[in-house]
Design a protein around this ligand. Structure first.
Ligand SMILES: NC(=O)c1ccc[n+]([C@@H]2O[C@H](COP(=O)([O-])OP(=O)(O)OC[C@H]3O[C@@H](n4cnc5c(N)ncnc54)[C@H](OP(=O)(O)O)[C@@H]3O)[C@@H](O)[C@H]2O)c1
Length: 305
């Protein structure tokens, strides 16, 4: 049974603990997934311009009949829009067919050439990503422009994604930063639990949302023996255990599925015992691994610092 837990952001808004992820879902798949999720009681949808399926997400939001104000809708500014933030927002609002977002995240702390050889992944002649960086641009400028969006009413909260402690410190100490990000969305699961980042964000009032909670494509974490044994002991699924572990740590979570029965069962998080949470915490002592590691050509995660 879904616990219906919520987290309160530094804006005062409530964020449902379990939302639907939409990465690597085709337009048809995501349309059906969002419809199924909203019927099952989900009220938090995680989208992104770069997933290429915002318009299908938007069509499903409308077709579901669920009032817009009951849904917490997140999308993300793509890196080729860092130097034209208002344009990025306009494109996402238009795709989604909505007047406002509940949360707009900077997808990655890296700006890419808006006029390069590809609209999403421009490259240089040597094949490396075509970044706008150095004295030309940095993510504090992007964030400064995102702050201005709040005054338009088209965005209720702003935040970041894939921000390490190093980059958060740089962002928070920038003279142009006047608003603490509401959320930092990062990769979190038992192979990559990032306790230092979670505690740093808590100290600064930044809520953390975990992505790839099942270990991303094909959900490899469900094969872990401890996850399976807790699932069988509690009469739940491995995915429900992983999702419930995330919520027990004070993080919201956005599992992706396009399979109706999985979408429904993933929403049924439960309260894990402290002992089970601690047992799952042990997994990273044996296996530490990130699943989402695009080669940006610059350091993103600062895992060694
Ligand atoms: N901010 C970022 O940079 C970033 C990066 C990555 C992800 N995200 C967000 O986080 C979301 C979740 O992460 P993710 O998509 O990487 O991976 P995930 O949610 O950890 O795992 C998705 C995979 O698990 C499968 N699955 C889902 N529920 C299952 C269940 N109950 N039993 C067995 N398998 C199950 C899905 O298959 P089916 O779909 O075939 O059912 C899919 O293959 C994304 O969709 C996206 O919204 C954000």
């Amino acid at each position: 049974m879904a616990t219906g837990r919520e987290f309160t952001l530094n804006t005062g808004a409530k964020l449902p603990a379990v939302g639907l992820g939409t990465w690597q879902s085709s337009e048809d798949e995501v349309y059906n997934a969002v419809m199924t999720a909203l019927q099952a009681g989900y009220r938090h949808i995680d989208s992104a311009f770069a997933y290429g399926n915002e318009s299908a997400v938007g069509r499903a939001l409308k077709a579901s009949g669920v009032p817009r104000e009951e849904i917490f809708l997140t999308t993300k500014l793509w890196s080729t829009y860092h130097t034209r933030v208002a344009e990025g927002l306009a494109a996402s609002l238009n795709n989604l067919g909505v007047d406002y977002l509940d949360l707009y995240l900077m997808h990655w702390p890296v700006a890419m050439n808006p006029n390069g050889n590809h609209p999403l992944f421009p490259t240089r002649t040597d094949g490396s990503r075509d970044l706008v960086s150095g004295s030309e641009w940095d993510f504090t400028k992007t964030y400064s422009d995102m702050q201005k969006l709040l005054d338009t009413g088209k965005v209720k909260a702003i935040g970041v994604s894939n921000f390490s402690i190093v980059n958060l410190k740089e962002l928070l100490s920038a003279p142009t930063t006047t608003i603490v990000p509401a959320v930092n969305q990062v990769e979190l699961h038992p192979y990559n639990p990032q306790p230092a980042l979670i505690s740093f964000c808590a100290q600064k009032g930044v809520h953390v949302t975990g992505y790839s909670p099942l270990g991303s494509t094909a959900a490899p974490l469900q094969e872990e023996a401890i996850i399976q044994s807790i699932a069988s002991k509690t009469g739940t699924t491995p995915a429900q255990v992983l999702i419930s572990w995330a919520v027990a740590r004070g993080t919201s979570v956005v599992p992706k599925s396009v399979t109706p029965n999985r979408i429904v069962s993933n929403f049924n998080d439960f309260v894990l015992s402290k002992a089970d949470v601690a047992a799952i915490d042990e997994i990273s002592k044996v296996t530490r691994r990130r699943m989402v590691t695009p080669n940006w050509g610059v350091t993103i995660f600062h895992d060694e610092e």
